[in-house]
Design a protein around this ligand. Sequence first.
Ligand code: 8OZ
Length: 367
Amino acid sequence: MPTLFDPVQAGDLHLANRIVMAPLTRNRAPDAIPTPLMAEYYTQRASAGLLITEATAISHEGQGYSDVPGLYGTEQLDGWKKVTAAVHKAGGKIVVQLWHVGRVSHTDLQPHGGKPVAPSAITAKTKTVLIKNGVPTFVDTSEPRALQAQELPGIVHTYQAAARNAVETAGFDGVEIHGANGYLLDQFLKSGSNQRTDDYGGSIENRARLLLEVTRAITGAIGGGRTGIRLSPVTPANDAFDADPQLLFDYVIRELATLNLAYIHIIEGATGGPRDLPERPFDYAALKAAYRAAGGKGAWMVNNGYDQALADQAMQDGADLVAFGKAYIANPDLVRRLRENAPLNTPDKATFYGGGAKGYTDYPALA
Ligand code: 8OZ
């Protein structure tokens, strides 16, 4: 039985251990451009088997929060190039999380103050973050407009271009498709946010179409072995809801199994919250079994509220990788701390979103 500290192959990615830094939004990229401070932050954490960057907008339209990074402009790509170079120099591996927020945005963040885009014109009952005069402020998301069917190939193409730029220009080892947490692809997947009557709404096959088209476009451009995907079957984050998630994700995972992905990243329960949702039961073991039964060979990555004991249990149950979120905010040397059973620093919520080095690059490593 492998332990968290044993190496593993995830598609084309050879990982030194099975501990993954989860994607964490930190809102420290003014004008969507990655900074040298971000390079320092990721490099401090380079002993993880894999670093997944914070969610990164594939287009201006795909952006939904102040000061989150992008991957669509030259300066943004140049900024990321410095991040990946520093991480690689420190011996780490890093993939970028490709993000389109869909309806989880605000007109203030959209090109020309336009409406955010979504599968259907249904406002998400959720908040986003605007940073005004350096102060993060939570505001209601704006009413979106429904995307026209003829706009969808453009969105698929934008994801594909971002993936290509990520590996060819910015130097990433691969990409993670953000298919979770109530953002655009998850909005299409789930019945609560998708009331379309065309080929992209209604049946499960139709609701899954955009996510699968995006995934195929990306694997076609950069290879499945450098592509991972994150899914959150039952999270209530950002007003996500599906009437029958077990059936939906059984279909999605079987289709993904044919694409030779590097890994599948599953958020169990409510993102950053309870792992067990009595009102939203879900059988994750059945999901993994369906993936393997359909020929899926990717690494199986689990996430949400893991500590050492729960992670060991997950490895026994056949997980290949465990992603740690909040623990990684506060513990740059998390791999060493877990290996040595050392105490963990406590993350400070007040500095999660926005700001500078404080609560970002100043958490101490072990002496
Ligand atoms: C926290 C704050 C803003 C965005 C996600 C990208 O939930 C996020 C996010 C998390 O996936």
